[in-house]
Write a new protein. Sequence first.
Length: 94
Amino acid sequence: MKKRVLVADGDPVMRELLRRKLENNTTIVDTIRSLREAKERSHAAYTVVISDYHLPDGGGDSVISILRSAFPHAGLIIMSGLSLIHISEPTRPY
């Protein structure tokens, strides 16, 4: 059975780069650009969800909360071009 990965990023170049790097014979990669699209795909079973910390229709802790609700069984990886000083306390890795 193939693994399914969901990549969420507002930047089309980043979405395509990640799709190309991750997709192979054992992994299917779907891409979306917004939290709205994530909610629409909440019926799908993803192994991992990789998302930018800021999407066009939401950012910060709301991204994490919405993705956790939509995909409760998936691993969640959050990316950001921002330094940790711009990320709120509850989501810092330490």
